[in-house]
Design a protein around this ligand. Structure first.
Ligand code: BEZ
Ligand code: FE
Length: 265
């Protein structure tokens, strides 16, 4: 006795296999190439690169299937850790005592697509550091460095202090990087800050903010950049302002207003 078939799963898998069989016929894929593909998939799994491979080549296309109302989505990528610390206002993303990089004050609002401010919305933020490294994945401690969860105030506003991340290359030592190299492709992603926004009754929005002028905006290895998600931080160096804020160096500020889609009942 089998379980009742899952109709959506059956449909998707049947169609996917049919598309792959058609591709094998059209490209006249040889048995040797087929065996190499199987070996490649085994190596991807052994090296723990299944999320990386999938997210590099396919996640942006899945994201583009989403409804277009509200702020555009972007990829989550393989470097999200749930359960980052819940921060208390005034928000500062956890940082090492010698955290490199320029200070960024990132502020904005979270609203519904019809403009109503969403107080108490969850804003989960994670990013690479100013050298392109993610805590936990590229350096072990502190596990939640540059990761944290904050909430909007009663007017739907938030502000968080962080550092400007840098562009980075996805890992090149493993099979995903080797594949890109054989295809003659670079492995860079433009600098970005990940956000995951939640509010009861609204679709969760996972997206990324990019930086104007980044050299990789138009050739992101993952193909995830959307121009509506590009911010242009402004530099501040007025000594009185720096003194008021307690900053020993100039800082940048940027604002982004997010719009969440109401959940369909
Ligand atoms: C990222 O956003 O960090 C990412 C996304 C897809 C693949 C690799 C990294
Ligand atoms: Fe990322």
């Amino acid at each position: 006795m089998t379980d009742r078939p899952d109709a959506r799963l059956t449909h998707i898998f049947d169609d996917m296999v049919a598309s792959l069989r058609q591709f094998i016929r059209e490209r006249r894929v040889t048995h040797e190439e087929y065996r190499r593909a199987v070996g490649f998939m085994c190596e991807v799994a052994e090296r723990g690169e299944v999320p990386l491979l999938m997210d590099v080549f396919l996640e942006a296309t899945v994201v583009d299937n989403a409804d277009k109302a509200g702020t555009e989505m972007s990829v989550e990528g393989p470097y999200y850790l749930g359960a980052a610390p819940v921060l208390a206002a005034p928000y500062v993303l956890p940082q090492r005592s010698d955290e490199p990089g320029e200070i960024l004050m990132l502020s904005g609002t979270v609203r519904s697509t019809d403009g109503v401010a969403l107080g108490g919305a969850g804003v989960d933020v994670w990013q690479s550091d100013a050298r392109g490294a993610y805590s936990h994945f590229n350096y072990p401690e502190p596990r939640y460095n540059l990761r944290g969860r904050l909430s909007t105030d009663d007017k739907g506003r938030f502000e968080v202090r962080t550092v400007i991340p840098s562009p980075y290359e996805i890992p090149k030592q493993g099979p995903t990087g080797a594949l890109l190299n054989k295809m003659g492709r670079h492995a860079f992603r433009p600098a970005h800050i990940h956000t995951r926004l939640t509010a009861p009754g609204f679709e969760t929005l996972t997206t990324q903010l990019y930086f104007a002028g980044d050299p990789w905006l138009d050739s992101d290895v993952v193909g995830a950049v959307k121009h509506s998600l590009v911010i242009a931080p402004v530099r501040h160096d007025d000594p009185a302002d720096l003194r008021d804020r307690g900053f020993a160096q100039p800082y940048y500020s940027a604002t982004y207003d997010f719009a969440l889609r109401p959940m369909l009942r």
